[in-house]
Design a protein around this ligand. Structure first.
Ligand SMILES: [Ca+2]
Ligand SMILES: [Ca+2]
Length: 434
């Protein structure tokens, strides 16, 4: 297929690649750069070999504006029978319509009861020419619901209504028959998101919401979050094929390490089956108190530098909350005295094991001046939670029983289970005599 998008009148050559003896047609088309090219509608298409073209066209001139340029529209559908069941055979067809002049176009399916289901609504077509729509036999279920449903078996009309620049109206109709439709849509029930409000500030309190749902049939599943303006701000999943079953997802409201602005978001799950049924469910999630925690070590003093075995190394640190969220802390309190063979998890019957998201000051040592693999066995809380811009003075003691003549002590700030800040600062060499 050869297609030029340059503006102007072109000759379009279309070759049906699937046929053993290629069919070729030539259509004079006027292609304008502003014509919308989408995955579903464009200016040209390959013809199905042997498929009869059903053509029903008419035009209606309303001489309201006294123009002498009547608007004409013709419509034709390839075949005219679809079996929308997702088996790849006659699941879709092509509606092709030709405008004699620029117009706004509304395309809809009309059922035998006269109900219209829009496929396109008042869309500008700024140039005369031939356009096509792939018709998959689905319709929107309800305005704004996002659901699409395959039309049940029956006879329909595809209706093209065009409104020209001078107020001329014209329409054309092409018949469509639906057979063997799969009208069993995928179901997503129930979608629960808990908690319904999260605070993405990395303090391990309501930082993450958990969503669960049950998918009733195989479908392509998309999951995303929408902001209040309906923009997709966080696409978690896009058209992933999933089997029927129970699913659990998590959402933190954090993109590239940055929390989304506070507000109410919609957590959306959609499922599209092979036939084209689409089911979409959405649940509001409030994002509040989002922020990025940061702490900085302003100063570290580690002394004395020479001790006897069993002697004490004193540590003093000044820490500042330089982020925009509160830093919650845990024990042990500043001043706690560790034996060098202790660690925060072993002291006081495990009372001070690490609790995810909380903050502590830590000290580690190595027998050589490297910090790789630091574990920070000696950790002290800040004494109290630190507000933004608040500083804390933290002291601690390590009684050295390791028989190592040279030890390199260093400090860091640990957000338990998340990350270490200022890793390996304040390095001090301690000489131990024994
Ligand atoms: Ca089929
Ligand atoms: Ca939180």
């Amino acid at each position: 297929m050869f297609l030029s998008r340059r503006t102007g009148t072109r000759v379009l050559k279309i070759t049906g690649a699937a046929s053993s003896q290629a069919e070729r047609i030539q259509l004079p088309l006027r292609i304008n750069r502003t014509v919308r090219f989408t995955g579903r509608e464009n200016l040209a298409m390959p013809l199905m070999r042997g498929a009869p073209l059903l053509l029903v066209a008419c035009s209606l001139l309303i001489p309201a504006c006294g123009s002498n340029q009547p608007l004409r529209v013709e419509a034709e559908v390839t075949g005219g029978l679809i079996t929308p069941d997702g088996d790849g055979l006659r699941d879709t067809t092509l509606l092709r319509y030709t405008l004699s002049a620029p117009a706004h176009v509304t395309v809809s399916v009309r059922d035998s009861a006269g109900r219209h289901f829009p496929l396109r609504t008042d869309e500008p077509r700024p140039a005369a020419g031939t356009y096509q729509i792939t018709v998959d036999g689905t319709r929107t279920e309800a305005e704004l619901s996002g659901n699409r449903r395959v039309l049940p078996d029956g006879k329909y009309d595809l209706v093209v209504d065009a409104l020209g620049r001078e107020g001329h109206r014209a329409s054309a109709v092409a018949p469509l028959t639906v057979q063997g439709a799969d009208t069993n849509p995928p179901r997503l029930e129930p979608l629960t998101v808990s908690p319904s409000a999260i605070s993405p500030n990395f303090d391990a309190l309501d930082d993450v919401a958990t969503a669960t749902f049950r998918l009733s049939k195989e479908a392509l599943v998309s999951i995303y979050a929408e902001d209040a303006a309906g923009r997709r701000v966080d696409v978690r999943l896009l058209d992933e094929r999933r089997k029927p079953g129970e699913y659990i997802e998590s959402w933190s409201g954090v993109i590239n390490d940055t929390p989304l602005p506070d507000g109410v978001y919609q957590y959306v799950v959609s499922a599209r089956d092979a036939a084209g049924n689409v089911t979409m469910v959405r649940t509001p999630v409030q994002v509040a108190a989002g922020g990025i925690p940061r702490a900085q070590i302003l100063r570290v003093d580690i002394a004395p530098r020479q001790i006897l075995l069993g002697g004490e190394v004193q540590i003093r640190m000044r820490i500042k909350n330089v982020g925009d969220t509160i830093l919650r802390t845990q024990g042990p309190t500043p001043g706690y005295r560790y034996s060098s063979y202790d660690s925060f998890g072993s002291i006081e019957n495990g009372e001070h094991i690490d609790r995810a998201g909380l903050w502590r000051a830590g000290v580690d040592w190595a027998g050589a001046p490297i910090s790789g693999g630091a574990r920070y066995p000696y950790r002290w809380g800040f004494g109290h939670d630190l507000e933004p811009d608040e500083e804390a003075e933290i002291s601690g003691v390590v009684q050295v029983w390791h028989r190592i003549t040279r030890m390199f002590f260093f400090a860091g700030i640990i957000q338990e289970g998340v990350r270490i800040h200022d890793d390996g600062v304040g390095r001090a060499q301690i000489q131990v005599s024994f």
